[in-house]
Design a protein around this ligand. Structure first.
Ligand code: PGA
Length: 257
């Protein structure tokens, strides 16, 4: 079973349109020879159109950082999966801990969004992970298992095999404290086991599981060497085209070190 690795950048609420254009021009040159993995940028909605223009003809794909679960309607401030497709997205990040913490995202709304995203041909990158205080009292595995189970509720195995997960321990996000690679792999294996129990081994074997949390050019290779880690969701280090390109080229970073 071979799972194509994914390196996804999560820009969060950073970059104007002109900053995004500059980034895209630099990234397009830096990653022009990269093969064998998917590169995805998840920028603010306002920059999607410009990035689609700048990245046309490159292998870099686009993703939203969130979406709503209806196609259209009186939902002021929301963006639908259909609109993300229309803007050129193939991916959407769902259930990021910042959305759970600041915008009342719940496992229930994540599940609805997963269904809606898949119905529109978007690949959801479903974020799960524990808080520092949950890890301290050995609740990591329970927290992650419940988040995975609830995200996948009522999905058929074929549909479930289309999703990606991102294991993002909350204490490692934006803190510079990356999770030990073997420990990250252990939790990613638990995500896969949970999927196996819920939707069967076929779907679970196909699903790509990313690690996220202070991924940097010098820590990516250790993560990617783990059998259950199939990629990375990169926040801070995705804002600079050169550090993001170094992460995308993790194999060469590995060879150099
Ligand atoms: P970070 O963010 O790489 O800045 O820790 C990761 C994320 O929030 O997805």
């Amino acid at each position: 079973m071979s799972r194509k690795p994914i390196i996804a950048g999560n820009w969060k609420m950073y970059k104007t349109i002109s900053e995004a254009r500059d980034f895209a021009r630099a990234l397009a040159i830096a990653v022009r020879n990269v093969m064998g993995l998917e590169v995805v940028l998840c920028p603010p909605f306002t920059t999607l159109f410009a990035l689609r223009e700048e990245l046309a003809g490159t292998a870099v794909q686009l993703g939203g950082q969130n979406c709503y679960f209806y196609d259209e309607g009186a939902f002021t401030g929301e963006v639908s999966p259909r609109m993300l497709r229309d803007a050129g997205c193939t991916y959407v990040v769902l259930g990021h801990s910042e959305r759970r913490q600041h915008f009342a995202e719940t496992d229930g709304s994540v599940n609805k969004k997963v269904h809606a995203a898949l119905a529109h041909g978007l690949t959801p990158i479903i974020c799960v992970g524990e808080k520092a205080e949950e890890r301290e009292v050995q609740l990591t595995d329970n927290v992650v298992i419940v988040q995975v189970q609830r995200a996948l509720l009522n999905l058929e195995p074929l549909a479930a095999s289309q999703v990606c997960f991102a294991y993002e321990p909350i204490w490692a996000i934006g803190t510079g404290k990356t999770c030990d690679s073997r420990e990250a792999n252990r939790v990613c294996a638990i995500i896969r086991e949970t999927m196996t129990r819920q939707v069967g081994p076929g779907a679970a074997d196909d699903v790509r599981i990313l690690y996220g949390g202070s991924v940097k050019p010098d820590t990516i290779a250790g993560k990617m060497a783990q059998p259950h880690i199939d990629g990375a969701l990169v926040g801070g280090a995705s804002l600079d085209p050169h550090s993001f390109a170094q992460i995308v080229e993790f194999n060469s970073v590995l060879k150099k070190s």
